[in-house]
Design a protein. Structure first.
Length: 197
């Protein structure tokens, strides 16, 4: 009887601790700088206007091309010297020769035949820069991935975006659906952006 009572007491104590501390793995961090922000749903795509910057990428809306508005996502630049120098070595090229044929080489260097586009008008491309040469056969290469998402697709994903009450911070969270047979839906737990003046 005493053992049963002790076991029951331990279970109840554990439940109380669990209830008071929250579910393990729920992602809540009380020290998170935005833990107390009351994020607000956006009602219109126009609320996304501006340049939003995070540690991962930049979102610009609107980016207008040929009379159509897009969300423009610009990833942080990456150092791709290793990839390009492998390509140069494989074909016994100079840096200048590789650079002259860079558009034809992109598919092999990156394993993706950029630029990509789908029937909805979503586009993804890569911009490559030659930052310098260390030798005739080795260079310093940098690339930036950029995506253009038509306003009509972004508008179907409004629940993906929330704003801080002062409209200075943007949070993206959840699944962004491209409605595409070319682009895979993407999931992000949480990412915070700051409006750049």
């Amino acid at each position: 009887m005493k053992k049963t009572f002790l076991a029951l007491s331990l279970v109840l104590a554990s439940l109380l601790i669990f209830v008071n501390t929250g579910c393990v793995g729920d992602g809540f961090d009380p020290d998170h700088p935005y833990a107390n922000v009351k994020w607000q749903e956006i009602k219109s795509i126009d609320e996304l206007k501006g340049k939003w910057v995070s540690d991962f990428n930049t979102i610009i809306f609107p980016k207008t091309l040929k009379g159509k508005d897009y969300i423009h996502i610009i990833e942080k630049p990456t150092d791709d010297s290793y990839k390009w120098n492998n390509y140069i070595a494989k074909y016994n090229l100079t840096v200048d020769q590789a650079w002259a044929k860079r558009y034809a080489a992109i598919a092999e260097v990156y394993g993706v035949a950029y630029p990509l586009s789908d029937a909805n008008g979503t586009e993804k491309g890569i911009k490559v820069k030659l930052k310098g040469k260390t030798t005739n056969k080795t260079g310093i290469f940098e690339s930036t991935l950029e995506t253009l998402i038509p306003e009509v697709i972004a508008d179907k994903n409004l629940s993906y975006f929330t704003l801080s009450p002062d409209k200075k911070h943007l949070r993206i969270s959840g699944t962004f659906r491209y409605y595409s047979n070319k682009f895979t839906n993407s999931f992000i737990g949480e990412r915070i952006y700051t409006l750049e003046d």
